[in-house]
Design a protein around this ligand. Sequence first.
Ligand SMILES: O=C(O)CCC(=O)C(=O)O
Ligand SMILES: [Fe+2]
Length: 260
Amino acid sequence: MELIQRLKEVGTEFFELPEREKEAVAKPADSIDLEGYVTDYKKDGQGRKTWADHLFHRIWPPSRINYKFWPNNSPDYREVNEEYAKEIKKLSEKIMGWLSEGLGLHREALKEGLGGETVEYLMKVIFYPPCPELDLLFGAPPHTDLNGITFLIANDVHGLQAFKNNKWIDVEYDDSGIVVIIANQITRMSNGRYKSGEHRATMDTERTRISWPVFAEPNLDHVVGPLPELVAGDDDNAPKFKPYVYREYKFLKMNKLPLD
Ligand SMILES: O=C(O)CCC(=O)C(=O)O
Ligand SMILES: [Fe+2]
């Protein structure tokens, strides 16, 4: 609880910096590896706009951290994020353990399918400015996440919605809550038994919303597909998804190309 509070504090200060200082950690254009800062104002095919600033950086494993993408304007940023990474990894492994058991498999099955100790945790800090024209603007358009499983906290401005029973509902959480979102690689590993949660983020007319999703994802060279134990035997268990090297999966999804 206290750690969540501290993470929100240290993670907010970065966005108060002048633009040129934020751009010092700019993300390389069109990179499949998303680390860095980007300010995004986009229009989709249906004329809807999205508007948000994002900062991405890995927080686990230590060997894959690039500290140059971490804000250094807040003295506690590093310590708090390193501690948060350890806690999120524990939580993630616990939940993947329960989800594996729910499939009738051993506790490590989903974690191993996602890459075991090579699984990476990517922090995204999202800054949604106040926005008066709400009908045209989404913070995040409807989507499912590409990675395995997502853990999200946000400041006190609500806006996350989930698609359930054919309608959008507000996701309720309090200050100490972490929202857990099943993402595409768990759907694929479970051969469709766990569905990815479709979600979106709205904006507030007067207040700034900040959210901190952490994405647990395979490393780019890891191959993910339906777990072999789930697709053995008869036709009912036929694989519904092709295995993909995560780099290729991400490329196809980011470019809206066909997959299965
Ligand atoms: O800000 C939010 O609540 C949602 C963000 C999100 O879904 C994403 O970045 O994938
Ligand atoms: Fe998402």
